[in-house]
Design a protein around this ligand. Structure first.
Ligand code: AMP
Ligand code: ZN
Length: 145
């Protein structure tokens, strides 16, 4: 996609600090890192969201292997892996990317749960209904395949 920042990185039109590359996946340092070693893993194909990625297994496989190597390189004992999927979830670059964020003891950060500081109060009935709705949506999607 011509006006996509990450497609431009893939095409070499914008600079990046690459740490991994293969036929379908590229990983490079985040330009505004939340921690030393903060890395983004992207599919080379343009895909806005997780559900659009054809090479999704490759992206996941690189992420799970690269993340501990990134952490080791910056002496981090832990890391978060996350995706902001869609603008309401905070996605700013509309080319899907896995964040690998190295974490350190007492770094002042939070777990992934901090994405929502005001969680809703849901009853057991609410949760049962939501689970049923998700299962139904999955069944309908499977029937469409
Ligand atoms: P998100 O909010 O999940 O879309 O995050 C986008 C991330 O991309 C941010 O952490 C930015 O710092 C990072 N970013 C944006 N432009 C570049 C770039 N040219 N090179 C590296 N990282 C970038
Ligand atoms: Zn793109």
């Amino acid at each position: 996609m011509t006006d996509c920042v990450f497609c431009k990185i893939v095409d070499g039109e914008l600079p990046s600090r690459d740490v991994y590359e293969d036929r379908s996946v590229l990983a490079f340092l985040d330009a505004n890192p939340l921690a030393p070693g903060h890395t983004l893993v992207i599919p080379k194909e343009h895909a806005a969201k997780l559900e659009d990625v054809v090479e999704a297994p490759a992206v996941w496989d690189v992420t799970r292997k690269l993340a501990p190597e990134v952490a080791e390189a910056v002496d981090a004992p832990a890391y978060n892996v996350g995706v902001n999927n869609g603008s309401a979830a905070g996605q700013e670059v509309p080319h899907v990317h896995m964040h690998i964020v190295p974490r350190f003891p007492d770094d002042g950060g939070n777990p992934i749960h901090a994405v929502q500081p005001n969680p809703p109060e849901l009853s057991d009935d609410d949760l049962d209904g939501i689970a049923e709705k998700i299962r139904r949506t999955r069944d309908e999607a499977a029937a469409d395949d």
